[in-house]
Design a protein around this ligand. Structure first.
Ligand SMILES: Cc1ncc(COP(=O)(O)O)c(C=O)c1O
Length: 422
């Protein structure tokens, strides 16, 4: 088990107080906090190494290039990719998925199909919807009552026109951990590309691209202790090699003439313009921090927290949570809403108005107790439609959270009941 007290000391922001209370940060699904090791690595980069990369032949530029490329290797090892060239630095998961929709999308024809799921983040839906203009059809796998995917539907929906299957590894709302290895097999048996949205898995559990055998994996640095503005697209090198570039400009070319241009080798082919060197360096420091703790330990810790939190929520009586109860197939995220308004007058008034206890109100009242949760549709409106709700509140956990945080969270939920007279 991990030593949360020791870890917390590495996160300066967690010393902040709100309303005179210790801050309880339960929104790591949106973005994680950053340890001093990451902050120092970025500051060290600017103090001692800053220069543009891949361009200068002077020593400082070579050192900056070296740091950038070593960061790539470190990230590559972290997900057990065999080649550093498989790692394309992008801004975030969203950019990685847009890159794929643009480049793979170019190969698709009228009538081709993409399979994804109803539990995706908008960033794994909207970029594919752009392809509808070309006549590409998108099919969505539904969920069971417990928030797991209806796995049978993959075999029912797949056809020879299915060119891409793209699925989130862990849902940012339901917490469901999908059996992506199995889905990948279905995709490959059909000759389809298999894409994994790893935004909520890579930060929280061991992810091994060789073992999963995905063609692509997308994730964001800022959700895994790293800085904002740096993300990763992993791709099998032989597929990246044959793909067209996404953006044009400096860095991504081999030669340019007025008559046309040729492309640099991967990964630079996909990294047009000056890259986010500081971000790559910071992400590498974040990877080192996580490796030090051990990703198995991160996963075990979150399982322990989510089990405890679900037990406390069940005892609390009056809250609906979404997604599976079994922590073996659930990440450290709990989306929830208030149900059972016991005060009859209030229940009737709410029903008459056709409204619910709005998650924004819940989050605002939790904030009085310095408990920070997210509220809204969590960029998963199709999932909200499927669940028949407009929004939820959502608490999510990471390495700096412990049982005390969950107790404070439950106490704050009690306060919501009092304030709203439920
Ligand atoms: C499952 C999932 N996919 C994609 C994203 C998008 O990440 P980003 O905003 O860093 O691009 C998120 C962000 O919350 C997410 O949870």
């Amino acid at each position: 088990m991990i030593d949360v007290n020791k870890i917390r000391k590495d996160f300066p922001i967690l010393e902040r107080k709100f309303n005179g209370k210790r801050m309880i940060y339960l929104d790591s699904t949106a973005t994680s906090q950053k340890p001093i090791q990451v902050i120092d690595a970025i500051s060290d980069y600017y103090k001692n190494y800053n220069a543009n990369v891949h361009r200068g032949i002077y020593g400082l530029s070579e050192e900056a290039t070296d740091l950038y490329e070593k960061s790539r290797e470190n990230v590559s090892n972290f997900i057990n990719s065999k080649q550093a060239e498989s790692i394309v630095f992008v801004r975030n998961t969203t950019e990685a998925l847009n890159l794929l929709a643009y480049t793979l999308g170019k190969k698709l024809k009228d009538g081709d199909e993409i399979i994804t799921t109803v539990m995706e983040h908008h960033s794994n839906i909207v970029p594919w919807q752009f392809l509808k203009e070309k006549g590409v059809k998108i099919k969505y796998i539904d969920i069971n009552e417990d928030g797991t995917l209806k796995m049978d539907e993959f075999n029912n929906l797949i056809t020879e026109r299915t060119k891409i299957i793209t699925v989130t590894h862990v849902s940012n709302v339901l917490g469901t951990i999908n059996d992506i290895k199995h889905i990948g097999k279905i995709a490959h048996e059909n000759g389809s590309y298999f894409i994994v949205d790893g935004a909520q898995s890579v930060p929280h559990m061991p992810v091994d691209v060789e073992n999963i055998d995905c063609d692509f994996l997308a994730f964001s640095g800022h959700k895994m202790l790293g800085p904002m503005g740096i993300g990763v697209l992993y791709g099998k090198k032989e597929i990246l090699d044959e793909m067209d570039p996404f953006m044009g400009g400096g860095e991504m070319i081999n030669e340019v003439h007025l008559s046309g241009a040729t492309w640099a080798d991967v990964p630079l082919k996909f990294e047009a313009g000056t890259p986010n060197v500081e971000g790559a360096v910071g992400l590498s420091a974040a990877v080192n921090y996580l490796k030090n703790i051990g990703m198995e330990n991160v996963r075990e810790h979150e399982k322990y927290l989510v089990n405890y939190a679900l037990k406390r929520i069940e005892e609390f009586n009056g809250i609906t949570f979404y997604g599976p109860r079994d922590s073996e197939i659930r990440g450290g995220v709990i989306a929830f809403n208030f149900k059972n308004v016991k005060n009859e007058k209030i229940a009737k008034a709410l029903m008459d108005e056709g409204i619910m206890i709005h998650p924004h109100d819940v989050a605002s009242i939790l904030d009085i107790n310095a408990v920070m949760v997210r509220s809204g549709h969590h960029c998963a409106q199709p999932l909200m439609d499927r669940l028949g709700i407009p929004a939820t509140s959502r608490a999510s956990f990471y390495i700096y959270n412990d049982l005390d945080d969950i107790d404070e969270f439950i106490n704050a939920l009690d306060n919501v009941k009092k304030v709203l007279k439920l």
